[in-house]
Design a protein. Structure first.
Length: 301
């Protein structure tokens, strides 16, 4: 089967970008294997400013199945300009990929106790197998982020607390009405480690909860999440759960499980399973279950 030109270009770009990321991930002999090295939390791990390093995983799901494709997206804003007049005939199977990196722009400021990072993540959903619709990108989410980290050292419930911080996060799909979706968040976060376990905990205030594009978005996508990672023998297991904190009524959220299995060097087989709301911004109020299989090149660890 002859691959579409856009798909061939994507694979070439993905490989080239991954090479740059991998070069940033390694120094002469040492791979960044823990939170201290990834976030440069002590003097032994400092690598300087304006060096591109990994942030979130980099992967491509060559096939991602959805139990309920969002063929007629809608916003909780029921005004006419946010109503999609006609449903799209989307395939249940599409391609999904994620690119993510960060760079430190200020080191040891605020009396020597903080680092400032700039990060960017892009998640794309491509109906590459849908020839009837001419293989469109169904959704692309852009996520620039400003992160301030404070290294800390204390124990909590048997885990070593490694860092705390605050972040400002903007998430958008770059579309016009009726498909426009966006979310601005102030985030509080903390990182913990124990042997093969790594935990990231976040809670945020969503400033877009009452905006025109997607009112009450946090009631669906959540107001916080927990990322639990277990790594052993080259395998990396990750679970991310988000919750809207509505304990009395309408509890909603999302859950995502991933498993990367080593194939050769940095190449890994990648499995991702998700359930809930908000796999993408256009799906923020849409419930579905997805299963995807592909490859990954960069992990949480």
């Amino acid at each position: 089967m002859k691959l579409p030109l856009k798909f061939t270009f994507l694979l070439l770009f993905f490989s080239s970008f991954a090479d740059a990321q991998i070069q940033a991930l390694f120094n002469n002999k040492t791979q960044l294997r823990n939170m201290t090295e990834r976030w440069e939390l002590d003097t032994t791990a400092v690598r300087g400013t304006f060096l591109i390093t990994p942030y979130k995983p980099i992967y491509i799901l060559l096939g991602k199945y959805s139990s309920n494709p969002n063929e007629q997206p809608h916003s909780e804003n029921n005004s006419p300009e946010y109503i999609v007049p006609e449903a799209f005939n989307y395939d249940n199977v599409e391609l999904k990929f994620q690119l993510s990196f960060k760079t430190k722009v200020l080191q040891s400021f605020l009396w020597g106790h903080a680092d400032l990072w700039v990060a960017y993540t892009q998640k794309s959903f491509w109906q590459i197998y849908n020839t009837d619709l001419s293989r469109p990108f169904r959704e692309v989410n852009y996520e620039p982020e400003l992160i301030m980290n404070f290294p800390v050292k204390f124990r909590l419930f048997g885990f070593k607390t490694k860092m705390v911080g605050i972040a400002f996060n903007h998430l958008s799909n770059g579309k016009s009405d009726p498909f426009s979706r966006s979310l601005n968040r102030f985030i509080l976060h903390a990182g913990f480690e124990r042997k093969n376990w790594t935990v990231y905990l976040r809670s945020w205030y969503g400033m877009s909860d009452y905006g025109e594009d997607n009112p009450d978005i946090s009631d669906y996508m959540g107001r916080g999440d927990l990322n639990v990672i277990y790594a052993k023998n080259g395998n990396v297991f990750s679970f991310i759960g988000g919750y809207n904190m509505n304990f009395n009524s309408n509890p909603r959220g999302n859950a995502e499980f991933s498993w990367s299995y080593p194939i050769k060097n940095n190449l890994k087989a990648y499995l991702q399973v998700s359930h809930g709301y908000g796999e993408s911004l256009i799906d923020y109020n849409h419930l579905q279950t997805t299963v995807g299989l592909g490859i990954s090149l960069i992990e949480w660890l």
